[in-house]
Design a protein around this ligand. Structure first.
Ligand code: CS2
Ligand code: MG
Length: 402
């Protein structure tokens, strides 16, 4: 079997997605997600100008060799752009291999380790009351786990809270929009949100929150300690992920479980945090962490240190990534939870899929491969339009973490 074509498809059904389609001389093809929110065209060029030409003529079943050809062979290793490009190739090749084997991807990985995959969704609101209304809506739909984010009194807008009643999409402008942030106002308010959720919904609902990289370690330690009475499922990205020492400081002060990793793109980003047992969940996912091949290594390392998976699953990761992640979630022994920000019907129409939601859980489907495809004709109707993520400033104008 030989690769005859490696085509990059860029579309924008409500938001930008980058898809790689690898076709073989036997007619079997596979698809992979290559979407990097706000930097899509960088990955397109990395694929089209450098990786795809080297794919033609190769045996698509040599997944491991191809992975190392593009990783070790890059010289300039790691980074979100290169690893998203490698991830797309890897995901498409696993899709092909599973189709050739005529089995769903999870079977090829080792079979399922659970009956269904618990997911969490996002409840957001401009204030605590409207956030609770959203939590109630999702509990009604059967979700067992909900992430809560709400507006902060005295701050015009904040991460995770949509504006004007639209679905939340952070890449909201051609060039970065600017928001203002106050750590003090945030820290004084958020514990009240957790208390209100526990008051109204009791102790059994899994409660998650995303700090989105904005605190210093000692501030995160304070929030972790103040959150302990509300026993969160996790506090996510409480400090910027590059400073791995900072996580050890937070860990010393609180028993609130900690999650990190959506901005990581290789095992080397995760290793120190996992081995020092400074975290409880690793969030790196298929599209940004080198694909199935590399994510398996991260998950296996995590398993040695009681760290569970909690893959990133925002709408800026395409349904292809969601499909591949769900197969991975079905198999991985140390599964924790899967994020699921629902894609719109318009997006799901472009990406026909087999995964199914029921009562707070997903199953990946039994179709050969990862079960997600792209309707190229429909995709062509939605041309790319640059959209950048915002930047964030403190009230004194200091450029801060978004
Ligand atoms: C967020 C993401 O879902 C999450 O946990 O951190 O939505 C993140 O803001 C976006 O993926 C950035 O593109
Ligand atoms: Mg996050």
């Amino acid at each position: 079997m030989k690769i005859t074509e490696a085509k990059v498809i860029v579309c924008s059904p409500g938001r930008n997605f980058v898809t790689l389609k690898i076709t073989t001389d036997e007619g079997v093809y596979g698809v992979g997600d290559a979407t990097l929110n706000g930097r899509e065209k960088a990955v397109v060029s990395y694929l089209e100008d450098y990786l795809c030409p080297s794919l033609i003529g190769r045996d698509p079943q040599q997944i491991e060799d191809i992975w190392h050809f593009f990783y070790r062979g890059a010289y300039w290793r790691r980074g979100p752009v290169g690893m998203s490009a490698i991830a797309a190739i890897d995901t498409a090749l696993w899709d092909i291999k599973a189709k050739v084997a005529n089995m769903p991807l999870y079977q090829l990985l080792g079979g399922r380790s659970r009956d269904r995959i618990m997911v969490y969704t996002h409840a957001n609101g401009n204030d605590i009351e409207s956030t609770l209304e959203q939590v109630a809506k999702y509990v009604e739909k059967g979700y067992k786990a909900v992430r809560v984010q709400c507006g902060i009194p005295g701050i015009a807008s904040t991460y995770g809270v949509p504006k004007g009643g639209k679905a939340y999409e952070p890449a909201d402008a051609d060039l970065p929009s600017e928001s203002v942030w106050s750590t003090e106002k945030y820290l004084n308010h958020i514990p009240k949100l957790f208390a209100a959720v526990r008051e109204q919904f009791g102790d059994d609902l899994h409660l998650l929150h995303d700090v989105h990289h904005r605190l210093t370690p000692i501030e995160a330690a304070r929030l972790g300690k103040e959150s302990e009475p509300f026993h969160l499922f996790w506090l996510e990205d409480c400090v910027p992920a590059e400073n791995q020492e900072g996580w050890k400081l937070v860990r010393q002060h609180t028993t609130t479980p900690l999650a990190v990793g959506e901005v990581f793109n290789s095992i080397h980003d995760c290793r120190e945090l996992i081995q020092s047992q400074s975290i409880d969940y690793i969030r790196s996912t298929v599209v940004h962490a080198g694909g199935i091949t590399h994510l398996r290594r991260i998950a296996d390392l995590a398993a040695l240190y009681h760290v569970k998976t909690g893959f990133h699953g925002a709408t800026d990761l395409s349904p292809i990534c969601m499909g591949a992640a769900l197969h991975f979630d079905y198999w991985v022994p140390n599964f924790g939870i899967q994020e699921h920000m629902p894609h719109t019907e318009q997006m799901l129409e472009v990406f026909p899929h087999h995964f199914e939601f029921s009562d707070g859980f997903f199953t990946p489907g039994e179709a050969p491969g990862h079960g997600v495809d792209i309707d190229e004709k429909l995709a062509d109707k939605y041309p790319y339009k640059r959209a950048c993520l915002p930047v964030n400033r403190l009230e004194d104008g200091t450029l801060w973490h978004w």
